[in-house]
Structure formats: C-alpha cells, structure tokens
Design a protein around this ligand. Structure first.
Ligand code: NI
Length: 259
C-alpha cells in the first residue's frame, strides 16, 4: 500500500538534525510521495531544496497568514521573491496561504491583502493554492468566491471540521485535506464531516512536525503517521484502508503536478 502525504514541513527546524534519516524511513514504509510546504521565504527556499534532492517530494511556496511582515513594502519584496521561487519545476502549488484569526486578530486587512495577492500569483502562473484557514471561515469563502477566485482551485489544508466551510469548499471545486484532528477523541463532528466529503475529493496529510494523530498524539509528527488518517477515514466510510490510500494518492497526483 502506497500513501501520499499532501502536507508536511521537513523545512521545519525540528527536522534539522535527522531529516535525511527520517525521509528515508518514510519512503521505505510506503509513503512514496509527499508535499513539503513553505510558509515564508526561507522555508519556501528550503522546500524547493528538499524537493530537488528527493524525487518523491514536491514543494510549495508562499507566505502564510502567520508570517506576514509588518509593512506593505516588506510584503511586496517577499512576494517578488516567492514569485521567482515559484518558477522552479519542483513547485506544484502556492501555499500555504490564507487567513488565521486565531493566532493573529490585529492584522486582518494585511492578511486578506496577502491572501488575494498570492491567489493572483497562482492564477498568473497556473498553479493551485494550499489554503490555511483558522477562525476565518466567512472571510476565506468571500475571497475565494467573490474577490479573487482561484482559477486552478486547490486544497483546504488541515481542513477545519466545519460543515458549512466544507460544503462551500466542495461547491467551489476544492479538495479537502484531513489531518490529525480527525483522530482526536475530542473532535466532535469528525465523523459527520468525513461522511460529507466524497472520496474523490479527499486528501490526507500529517502537517508534520505538528498535529501527530492518535495514537501518537504529543510526539513529533512525521509522514509515517499518515496511515492513521487513512484508517480513520476507512473506518467511518466502512471501506478498506487500501481504497482510501489509492483514492487519496490519485487525488493528490491530480492536483499536484510537477512541471
Ligand atoms: Ni502546514
């Protein structure tokens, strides 16, 4: 059984010491594709570097809502660099981008501006987007529907377990990527939400090194744990885990295409 982890951060400092060993183990245990996601200029450069040196890894580049510089000027400079980085053949999406009113409430306008400008970039160079949205459902949907629709669609990464967001996201043509929280014992509506999304629109991810699923909760996460996400989906949908693995693999290959 092969698995595709649609979202992980091997560009995070928590992997600095043993990245090569971890990546080797991951591949050998059957996670034969994964997307390493950037969240600012430096991590985007690193994601490309990792993808260049490992054939099974794809990269994304972008400025996350939690990494937006204070001034418009600095943002514009970083955006220029992200646009250049996006030209690399390893880059398969712009992201993670979006809105996060949980960690940052005081710069909503800057967040929206950064989100819109990066969707514009993705549209200009024909790439999908990877969306990070937290406590910002209405503004996220408003931007995606009205202000700046994403031409090549994309993915709701670590999708909030919010039925309205998922309903609207599916209507817009986006993929829903499930992560560790669907396995947490206190996730109230995980089952309803999993049932709500058809298999052909589901991706699975770890968001490593964060959000380790049950039964590994609290440890440094890595892509080997993506199996627990697949198992939970299989359990809720009442289908074999191999079927979830295969469908999510094909879905991820469809949305992430190396140039
Ligand atoms: Ni992430």
């Amino acid at each position: 059984m092969e698995l595709f982890d649609s979202h992980a951060h091997y560009n995070d400092e928590k992997f600095e010491q043993d990245k090569e060993e971890v990546l080797k183990n991951i591949y050998e245990t059957g996670v034969t594709k994964l997307t390493c996601v950037g969240y600012n200029e430096k991590s985007s450069e690193q994601a490309i570097e990792i993808a260049k040196t490992h054939d099974f890894i794809y990269a994304t580049v972008g400025i996350s809502p939690n990494d937006i510089p204070e001034t418009e000027n600095e943002f514009e400079q970083q955006l220029q660099k992200i646009s250049k980085l996006a030209q690399n053949p390893e880059v398969v999406a712009i992201g993670e981008i979006g809105l996060d009113y949980y960690w940052n409430k005081d710069n909503k306008e800057q967040q929206k501006n950064a989100f819109i400008k990066q969707i514009e970039l993705a549209n200009n160079i024909n790439l999908p987007i990877v969306i990070h949205t937290r406590e910002a459902v209405n503004d996220t949907l408003e931007i995606l529907k009205e202000q700046m629709p994403a031409k090549n669609k994309g993915i709701f990464h670590c999708c909030p377990l919010n039925q309205e967001l998922i309903k609207q996201g599916l209507k817009l043509g986006f993929y829903i990527s499930f992560a560790g929280p669907i396995t947490f014992k206190n996730s109230k509506n995980a089952e309803e939400v999993i049932k709500q999304v058809p298999l052909e629109k589901i991706l699975i991810e770890t968001d490593s090194p964060y959000l380790a699923p049950e039964p590994k909760r609290g440890t440094r996460n890595d892509s080997r744990n993506v199996i627990y996400i697949a198992e939970k989906i299989a359990l809720v949908k009442g289908i074999p885990v191999e079927e979830v693995a295969k469908a999510t693999y094909q879905n991820a290959e469809k949305i992430f295409q190396k140039k």
